[in-house]
Design a protein around this ligand. Structure first.
Ligand SMILES: *Cc1c(COP(=O)(O)O)cnc(C)c1O
Length: 349
């Protein structure tokens, strides 16, 4: 049985969280002399002299209505990367506990584990980039706290089979973190509406990809109220700054515009995949549910260096397990995609 209290680190169980000035008084008042801010103002036009809402209530309310998830099930991080780190710091005892990752996948699960001195156990994806369930199962022991699953996966671009994800959710008594950074580009359904069925599920999403706000640093974790409360106690008090809270709130009014961009990116992705498939130097174009394409190409490193000489930067994944001779290419604007294709065509000589 899933027992959150048993998963939690002892020091976090006992943690008395920092109580900010804005926690101790959050009502309306005329004069705020409680937080050592600069009462004269700021060199900017806005009210940036004041600390932001540590609980991001307005922003969570807006996200709640768009995502159809209760506010108490939403946590906001300074990028998903902060959510990943907070899961380690809340659940994994350094030097003792372990987590499972399924490479090739997003690098931060392992980097963050290393920073937190947590062992990563590795169950590589199968040749079709799907989960190796038997291998995952064989790695789990009493100290396994988190299984990291990324769907659609970076850098392979495919979604993981839903049956496999459900199998892990139903059989693992630790945290199952499903990273849905690319879900807006996928045909697959999100696991967001499944939160009620799985008390061990954490869904990660981000404003960095489809929402076009990588510069603001805003990531989301969705989970049971109990898990969200833990992350909220462990986070730095003002982890989401005022400018990000304001701008994200504005962006959320433009869902229509974002959906148009998603559609345009997906159309360009599929068109570019078609063009790549016709090119002799490209050995394979992997199916993508994301805003990038993974391609297998002769002498990937040479192609990568050549593209650099043309001022085009792609991601060289050729030294990554199961991605030998692969490049990961983000879908650009129409013009950028054409430039890339033209460069590849003119490479022969
Ligand atoms: C880009 C990406 C993220 C986003 O991280 P942020 O810190 O929110 O920018 C998370 N997970 C995966 C798999 C990604 O590719």
């Amino acid at each position: 049985m899933f027992n959150l209290n048993k998963l939690l680190r002892e020091n976090i169980k006992k943690l008395a969280p920092y109580s900010s000035a804005r926690d101790e008084f959050s009502g309306d008042a005329k004069v705020f002399l409680d937080a050592n801010e600069n009462s004269l103002g700021s060199p900017l036009l806005k009210w940036y002299n004041r600390y932001p809402d540590p609980h991001q209530q307005q922003l969570k309310k807006a996200i709640s209505s768009i995502k159809n998830v209760a506010e108490e099930n939403i946590f906001l991080g300074n990028g998903s990367d902060e959510c990943i780190d907070l899961l380690y710091r809340s659940f994994c005892n350094p030097g003792k506990d372990n987590v499972i990752i399924c490479p090739p996948t997003y690098g931060m699960y392992e980097v963050s584990a290393n920073i937190n001195d947590v062992e990563t156990r590795i169950a590589p994806l199968l040749d079709d980039f799907q989960l190796n369930l038997a291998h995952i199962e064989s790695l789990v022991d009493a100290d396994t706290k988190i299984i990291w699953l990324c769907s659609p996966n970076n850098p392979t671009g495919n979604s993981l089979n839903r049956d496999d994800l459900e199998m892990v959710l139903n059989n693992f008594n630790g945290i199952v973190a499903i990273d849905e950074a690319y879900i807006n580009f996928a045909k697959q359904k999100s696991f967001l509406q499944e939160l009620k069925d799985y008390s061990n599920l954490v869904v990660l999403q981000t404003f960095s990809k489809a929402w076009g706000l990588a510069g603001l640093r805003l990531g989301l974790a969705f989970a049971s109220k109990e898990i969200i409360d833990i992350l909220s106690r462990v986070k730095p008090p003002y982890n989401i700054n005022q400018a990000t809270q304001e701008l994200a709130l504005k962006a959320l009014e433009e869902v229509g515009q974002v959906n148009d961009m998603i559609k345009e990116i997906v159309d360009m992705r599929d068109a570019l995949a078609g063009v790549f498939e016709q090119m002799a130097i490209i050995e394979k174009v992997y199916p993508s549910d994301a805003n990038f394409l993974l391609i297998k190409i002769n002498e990937a490193k040479k192609v990568y260096d050549y593209l650099l000489t043309k001022g085009i930067v792609v991601r060289d994944r050729s030294r990554v397990l199961l991605c030998e001779d692969c490049l990961r290419i983000t879908i650009g604007t129409e013009k950028e995609n054409t430039e890339l294709v033209d460069a590849l065509i003119s490479m022969k000589d």
